[in-house]
Structures are given as C-alpha cells and as structure tokens.
Design a protein around this ligand. Structure first.
Ligand code: NAD
Length: 489
C-alpha cells in the first residue's frame, strides 16, 4: 500500500472553507458537512456549505471581475493563465492524485491519469483562447458592412459529479475560462477536495479575484446556482433527473444558457467476426472501469449468438481476476463513492437476482475491507430487455449481457433506451462497422475500441443523455454567444 504524503494527508484532514474573491471564507450561516474516505468510511474533514448569501456574494464578485479585469484581459493572457495552471497541476501531481484517491476512492494510477487528462484539457483550450473568431458577412448593400463577434457569456456556474471530480471540473472550466467567462465551480459534496486544491493553484497562477471561485455544498447549493437570476449559464454534469431540474430552474429564473452531460446506458456490441483478442482485452474495463461509476460504461453488452457463450465465459473469468481494494494499494477497482451509492447498487443487484441470471459477482466485499463500500464486479445474463437492470443506469460495477441474431434485431435492442451517450461496435467488417455507427442513437460510437477520449473530440449525449457537446471546438459554442454588428458605411 502506498504511503500517503504529509502534504496530501494534511490537506485532506484540514477543515475547508469557501473560495470567494481569491479568499478563503466561512459560509455566512456557518453550515458545513463531512467528507468521507469511501475505502473505510472515516471522516476526512468538514467542509463549509454555501447558502444563498454566499452564492450572491460570489456572483457579485464574478460580475465585477467580468466587467473589469476579465473584460480587459487579452486572450493571450488568458491562455498564459491556463498554461500556468496546467504547469502547477503537473508540479503537484503526486499530492493531488493522492487527495483524489482518498476522497473519491479511485486507484492511485487512475487518479494520476485524471490529473494528466486535466492538464491536457487546460493546454488544449489555452491554445483556443486567441483563436475565437467572428466572421465578415457580405450582405446585398455594398455600403453596409456586417461582422460577427463571439463574446463570453459572463458569469458561469459549473456543477459537477463525484466520479471524475477534477476532470469533470476542468472539462468545463478550461473552455469557459479560455472564452473569457468568470466561473463559479460547485463540486459534488462527496468529492470537494481536488476542486479546493485547484482554487489554491489558480490563485498561485495569478487568476484575478472572481475569475474562478469554488462554492462547496450539496444539491441545495447547486439549486441556488441554477436558479440565480444573475448567472448567465450553467454547465452541468450529473444525473438526468438533476439535469431536468437545472433546465426547469433556468426556465423559472432568467433563461440562463444550460448545457447538460447526463447519464447513460451504453451498448457494447460484439459481432461474431470481431477480433476476440482485442475484445477480451477491452471488455472487462469497458464493463467495470472506475467500479462502474462512469457515464459511458458499456453496461449493456450485446453479443452475436454464435460467440455468446465464449464471451460470457471469458468476461466472467476476467471479472473474477480483478483486484479490489483501497485506491492507495492501486487495485483494479476501488470502492463505490458512498453508502447511498452502495445501497443503490446492491438494490439493483437484488432486483437482477430475481429478474435475470447471475453469472458472476453480486456481493459486497466481506473481511478485510468490510468497512469500505466495495462491490464485486457483477454480470447478469438478461434476455428480457424490459427489466430494471437493463433499462436504468446503475452507476456501479454491474453489467447485463444479451444475445442477438442479426443487425436489425441488434439495432432495435441497442436503441431501445432513453439514453444515448456512448456505444461501441466490435467487428472486422469495415462496412458493417460504419453501417451500425450510422444507425446507433448515441453521441459517441467507438469501433473496435472503448472509452477513447481526446480533448479535441466532441463529447455529449443524444436523447436524455444531455444537451450540447463538450470538448473540441464544440465547447467554445457552449461558453460564448454570437453578436452581429451592422455598420452603415
Ligand atoms: P447528481 O445529479 O446527483 O449530482 C451532480 C451534481 O449536481 C452534484 O454536484 C450535486 O450536488 C448537484 N445537484 C444535486 N441536486 C441538485 C439540484 N437540485 N440542483 C442543482 N445541482 C444539484 O449526480 P451524481 O450522483 O453526482 O453523478 C452521477 C451521475 O452523473 C450519473 O447519472 C452519471 O451518468 C452522470 N455523469 C455524466 C457524465 C457525462 O459526461 N455525461 C459524466 C459523469 C457523470
């Protein structure tokens, strides 16, 4: 087991405040909450919980910054600040990844990978900061000139979940800041620590007060942000249920712009002509990565009839070999995030036991790790597509596996979901790969791979998996608005 550094331990154990205007302050009403290490259930520290008056203060500070320092800041300066933040994240990579590992539970190597992904995103959007251009539009009257400007929105609320705490925050912060907005980040209450660490680094990097603020708290804090009449935009990642509340809050307040990255129930499709060595290497990770707490999880596996038994047997064998334990020991899988999530996942497993055939797993870990929220990777064979474990997002290490005969049947099954985030196809028939990719209703299709990401490639959901595309050039549209300027010459 890796020994945690003094810096990371001290940071995790010190009680935390809100970060407003580059200062650490208590919530106006002094409310706070605990954050817990999911590997053993112990309290790491207490964190202030932002209420209405704290959100108001942060919005005022952000508005002043947006109209002042940020308005006057050159795009090159914004790029420089993002590059500096990336450099500081890399400098502190060992400490930040240990903090994430303790707070979220994920294996230390995965936490290190998350910090590197955050750095890559910051650098990619730093590159965009001085390339956000408008256009000249020729109109019929030669004495009239029209041009467009892409302008920052203003004050942006960013609300993120707990499964990839730092990465989810940076996916939004990097483009929003590159475009010149002032951001108020609300991390998930289960995993606030890396967001708070990031605040310190932003200040050290030279971010002026109000450019990035961090308000910790649970859903109530998020709801205040979503309803706030002087916030121009909310970028949200989380569940579809809360995403709908964010949209409703926008309608009920000021029609703030909203982009949503929501849940998924992604089909992972294996044809009988696949390269089975590659399938085997990928499938166990596509099914159980991050202990299944992943929006793109390949949670519905569809296998063509002739190879179904072989795939089921191999996946069960590979799942049983996965190591499980506290993140600092660098196992394959860490704990679930909380007791709530543990109860939810075990509830789905119980429902699966009565409605489908349990192939492997199905239990909470006993013995040495019984204080933590660990669940075995679990596989159900499910021919009936109307049962809960096939239809609902579980967000834990639980997958269903079903067989199909031909492409038409497969497409009906794969698209029979209210979600549409990700999907994958395994085949060596290039025409079939592209044909199925066209017919799948999902924002991402991987052919002969899974969970492939790059900052330059747009990501987002069809149907109830979201609104808008993050990453790539697409994210610039989420954090700017277009103005047409007409000039009579
Ligand atoms: P959640 O929706 O419960 O919470 C997400 C965030 O919203 C948290 O910060 C929470 O405090 C806040 N929140 C809760 N209620 C709120 C309200 N009424 N108003 C405003 N904010 C509120 O989701 P979670 O349990 O933290 O994360 C799991 C979900 O996130 C899953 O559904 C998963 O698929 C989804 N997710 C999606 C993506 C993606 O990119 N599409 C990525 C990661 C996670």
């Amino acid at each position: 087991m890796r020994k945690i550094s003094k810096e990371a331990r001290e940071f995790c154990e010190a009680d935390k405040q809100l970060f407003i205007g580059n200062k650490w302050v208590n919530a106006a009403d002094g409310a706070d909450f605990e954050t817990v290490n999911p590997a053993n259930g112990t309290v790491l520290c207490r964190i202030q919980s932002a209420g209405e008056s704290d959100v108001n203060t942060a919005v005022d500070v952000a508005r002043k910054a947006f109209q002042g320092k940020m308005y006057r800041m050159s795009p090159a300066k914004r790029a420089g600040l993002l590059h500096k933040l990336a450099e500081l994240l890399l400098r502190d990579l060992p400490v930040i990844s240990e903090i994430e590992c303790l707070d979220n539970g994920k294996p230390i190597d995965r936490a290190i990978g998350d910090v590197r992904a955050a750095v890559a995103h910051l650098r990619y959007y730093a590159g965009w900061a001085d390339k956000i251009e408008g256009a000249h539009i020729p109109v019929s009257d030669p004495d009239t000139m029209v041009y467009t400007r892409r302008e920052a929105l203003g004050v942006v609320g960013i609300i993120v979940p707990w499964n990839f705490p730092l990465v989810m925050a940076i996916w939004k912060l990097a483009p929003a800041l590159a475009c010149g907005n002032c951001c108020i980040l609300k991390p998930a209450q289960q995993t606030s620590l890396t967001a708070l660490y990031l605040a310190n680094l932003a200040k050290e990097a030279g971010f002026p007060p109000g450019m990035l603020q961090v308000l910790t708290g649970a859903g109530e804090t998020g709801s205040i942000i979503a309803h706030h009449p002087d916030i121009d935009k909310v970028g949200f990642t989380g569940s579809t249920a809360v995403g709908k509340k964010i949209l409703a809050a926008s309608a009920a307040s000021n029609l703030k712009k909203v982009s949503l990255e929501l849940g998924g129930k992604s089909p992972n499709i294996i044809f009988d002509d696949a390269d089975f060595a590659s399938v085997r290497e990928s499938l166990v990770w596509a099914s159980f990565y991050n202990s299944g707490q992943e929006c793109t999880l390949g949670s519905r596996i569809y296998v063509q009839e002739g190879v179904y038994d072989q795939v089921v047997t191999q996946l069960a064998e590979d799942a049983r070999k996965l190591t499980i334990g506290p993140g600092l020991g660098n196992p394959d899988l860490g704990p679930l995030i909380s007791t709530d999530q543990l109860d939810r996942v075990m509830g789905y497993i119980e429902s699966g036991r009565s409605e489908a055939e349990l192939i492997s797993g199905g239990n909470r870990l006993k013995g040495e790790f019984s204080d933590g929220y660990f669940v075995e990777p679990t596989i159900f064979a499910a021919e009936n597509q109307s049962i809960r474990i096939v239809r609902e997002e579980i967000f834990g290490p639980v997958v269903t596996i079903s067989s199909f005969s031909d492409e038409d049947e497969l497409i009906d099954m794969a698209n029979d979901t209210r979600y549409g985030l990700a999907s994958a196809i395994w085949t060596q028939n290039i025409s079939r790969g592209h044909r199925i990719a066209q017919r799948l209703q999902a924002g991402v299709v991987w052919i002969n791979g899974y969970d492939l990401f790059h900052p330059a490639v747009p990501f987002g959901g069809y149907k109830e998996s979201g609104i808008g595309r993050e990453m790539g050039k697409s994210a610039l549209d989420l954090y700017t608005q277009e103005k047409a300027v007409w000039v009579k010459l």
